[in-house]
Design a protein around this ligand. Structure first.
Ligand code: PMP
Length: 438
């Protein structure tokens, strides 16, 4: 199931950024909970592809919607005209989102959604006569995509180190991992208030009136599935409100049912001013991202004759008909199969089984919430990341796809259609591979 050696160098994502040290593995088909490789070997998907395919693969309703749309209207220019589809989809998303988030800007990816949210934040402040608000704050343990905006506010060193100078004026909430580890107690970590005070420290350092927005993933995904302590997001909301700073939730991973609600904002009871989405929006079937904006932000944009001119932004493929058709069918599938609720129903079993890995060699933390999870391994002294890589690689060889995060964290993010037997297999294989890795 590997890429032919003579073709190996042609495709840059593989040659420049490969997860496997050996030749790339090729997946050629997928259905439900399984991928199949070129040898037709089934591979259980414990990753929803890459935190995307929340309803599993090749769902007929989504497939048909894409096929039909491609044959009916393949493309419509998104400026001054368009198709009916993005309007309908925007209304559906507004209905799913917290009450004040009723306005949608469509992008083609999570990275574009993050950059778009940053530009909306800057334009919003400018339209209100607060153009001095140009700084952004992100979390040190955060991933917000690979655009220059997202790189600048995402703290993971590997994503930043080769590309500076990045956006000036960004800074990070520097939470230590020790505070964020659950140390085997299931549920959310403690210390929420302490973590939030870090924001006050940064605000004091930078002058609150220069800060445009604070970006957080409600649950940090790629940084290792880091859960918010109770009260942490609420406190961030309060501090932002107090200083006129916008709060942005990056829900590219947590959106569309992963935590048992449409959005983590609802699960944690905190409403941001802007919310970024991608991945599960189309169930991974067609590239699409989006930014949800509050009534207050939309109001500022619609006031005065110059508002639209102040915000020159958009993509050729904004609201692409195929992506909209896929997204509408994905939302129908999520609703019909009650998949968001399913993440809640299975949550206890997921937690119980994941925490059964406690006590295995090198396991230093286990985190879970909804149907997301992570097992953190102790790094080898001389080779940080190697142990995590090995477990990931062995699991794949054994027919199971997981997500390898930074460091030695193995993340789990299965399609929400999974059965208890799939949970058993995911956890059993993972345990076996951790034991075998040593
Ligand atoms: N934000 C978050 C929270 C993400 O997890 C990701 C992707 N893993 C992105 C943004 C970037 O999305 P994309 O890869 O679609 O650009």
């Amino acid at each position: 199931g590997q890429a032919p050696a003579e073709l190996d160098a042609y495709w840059m994502p593989f040659t420049a950024n490969r997860q496997f040290k050996a030749a790339p593995r090729l997946l050629v088909r997928a259905e439900g909970m399984y991928y199949h490789d070129v040898d037709d070997r089934p591979i259980l998907d414990g990753a929803a592809g890459l935190w995307c395919c929340n309803a599993g693969h090749a769902r007929p309703r989504i497939v048909q919607a894409i096929q039909q749309q491609a044959a009916t209207l393949d493309f419509a220019p998104p400026f001054q005209m368009g198709s009916p589809l993005p309007f309908v989809l925007a209304q559906r998303l507004a209905a799913l989102a917290p009450a004040s988030l009723n306005h949608v800007f469509f992008t083609n990816s999570g990275s574009e959604a993050v950059d778009t949210a940053m530009k909306i934040a800057l334009a919003y402040h400018r339209l209100r006569g607060e153009g001095h608000r140009t700084r952004f704050i992100g979390r040190e343990k955060a991933y917000h995509g690979v655009g220059f905006g997202g790189m600048s506010i995402g703290g993971l060193p590997n994503n930043r180190k080769t590309f500076g100078p990045l956006l000036p004026g960004s800074d990070f909430l520097r939470h230590t991992l020790d505070l964020e580890r659950n140390a085997f107690s299931p549920g959310l970590p403690r210390h929420g208030a302490e973590l939030a005070e870090d924001l006050e420290r940064l605000i004091a350092l930078h002058d609150a009136s220069t800060i445009a927005a604070v970006f957080v993933e409600p649950i940090a995904g790629s940084a290792g599935v880091i859960l918010p302590a109770p009260g942490y997001l609420q406190r961030l909301r309060e501090i932002c409100d107090q200083h006129g700073i916008l709060l942005v939730f990056d829900e590219v991973i947590t959106g569309f049912g992963r935590v048992g609600h449409a959005f983590a904002a609802q699960r944690f009871g905190v409403t941001p001013d802007l919310l970024t989405l991608a991945k599960g929006l189309t169930n991974g079937a067609v590239p699409m991202g989006a930014v949800l904006a509050s009534d207050a932000i939309h109001g500022a944009f619609m006031q005065g004759p110059t508002a639209a001119i102040e915000f020159f932004h958009g993509y050729t493929y904004s609201g692409h008909p195929l992506a909209c058709a896929a997204a509408l069918a994905a939302l129908d599938t999520y609703a019909e199969e009650h998949l968001f609720e399913r993440a809640l129903e299975l949550g206890d079993y997921w937690q119980e089984r994941l925490h059964s890995l406690r006590g295995l060699p090198h396991v230093v933390d286990i985190r879970n919430f909804g149907l997301i999870g992570a097992v953190e391994l102790m790094p080898r002294k001389d080779a940080p990341g190697a142990r995590g890589y090995e477990v990931f690689e062995r699991s794949f060889r054994d027919g199971q796809l997981l997500v390898r995060c930074t460091g030695d964290v193995i993340a789990l993010s299965p399609p929400l259609i999974l059965e208890r037997s799939h949970i058993d297999r995911i956890v059993d294989v993972l345990g076996e591979m951790i034991r075998a890795t040593g």
